[in-house]
Design a protein around this ligand. Structure first.
Ligand code: PDD
Length: 276
């Protein structure tokens, strides 16, 4: 019943969104998904820093300080009482008569909700099957924009093939998952796509990379090919909701099966210790 609207926590039926909100017309907006553990948001600050960065890249002016939104998120959590789940926050450029050209005069519209989510224990313990398919998205995947057509179509295709996630590639170089980052392990070395405009630099990705460093696991942030994916010793995906989820099978443009390996397990446990 309680949702975020601007920097206020209000009842859901008090929210009114204009039919010419640019988020609705153009997907002209950004979002964040933050996990909640024991009633507390995890990595609130990194998520908001990325939110601010996405807004900057899209020239959307924040209507307030991000700290004010963060405070409202805390209030939302108190009011909803969500213990384990997620907070979703989105900001559209706001309302203007439908026209491709934005004027910089629109007033950004912020909405959000908190929700309990079912655990990803099944995926985390037994691993996922992933559907490998072409990355059809635009070239600014570093922005966490509301435009997710390329992502949702790949995810649907994956689901139709009995897979839990899609792994995307551009000309046989792996980029990321439809809603996660992808890692492979080969001869004890961890590889994941570098954080450039082809991928979203996941907050979980960043945690896993720093944990790997602490654990003396060698990491190379560089693109790897489908052939490398096919021959990998271990494969795993990371995201706010998946945390670290092993991949046990890929199909689609390549086919392979994997064991859940020691490096994956070590990083999974290390992240769990940070989360709980
Ligand atoms: N997805 N790459 C893409 C394309 C994503 O959509 C996400 C997150 C990630 C991982 O980012 P993080 O570790 O910060 O969650 C990578 C969120 C959870 C979503 O859209 O629901």
């Amino acid at each position: 019943k309680w949702v975020l609207y601007g920097t206020e926590v209000v009842e859901r039926d008090k929210v009114s969104i204009d039919l010419e909100d640019r988020g609705y017309n153009f997907g002209d907006g950004i979002y964040e998904v933050i996990s909640i553990h024991g009633g507390k948001p995890f990595a609130l600050r990194p998520h908001f820093l990325r939110f601010v960065e996405s807004a900057r890249k899209m020239q959307i002016a924040l209507p307030c300080k991000w700290e004010d939104i963060a405070m409202s998120v805390e209030e939302l959590l108190r009011k909803t009482g969500v213990q384990d789940g997620i907070v979703y926050i989105q900001m559209t450029r706001g309302v203007s008569q439908r026209n491709h050209v934005y004027t910089h005069k629109e007033q950004a519209v912020i909405t959000g909700f908190a929700r309990s989510t079912s655990s990803m224990e099944e995926e985390q313990t037994n691993g996922m099957a992933c559907f490998v398919t072409e990355d059809l998205r635009w070239l600014r995947c570093d922005i966490k924009s509301l435009n997710l057509l390329g992502n949702i179509m790949a995810k649907r295709q994956a689901a139709d093939e009995g897979c839990q996630e899609a792994i995307l590639h551009r000309q046989w170089q792996c980029t990321e998952g439809s809603a996660s980052n992808v890692f492979i392990v080969k001869n004890g070395i961890v590889y994941t796509h570098e954080a450039n405009h082809y991928i979203l630099n996941g907050i979980t990705r960043q945690y896993v990379l720093s944990l790997a460093q602490k654990l003396n696991i060698t990491v190379r942030e560089e693109a790897f090919s489908l052939a490398a994916l096919e021959r990998a010793d271990e494969v795993f995906c990371t995201s706010t909701s998946l945390e670290v989820a092993p991949v046990v099978e890929v199909k689609g443009d390549i086919q392979a099966t994997y064991e859940i390996g020691q490096v994956t397990k070590t990083l999974q446990q290390a992240l769990q210790q940070v989360l709980f």
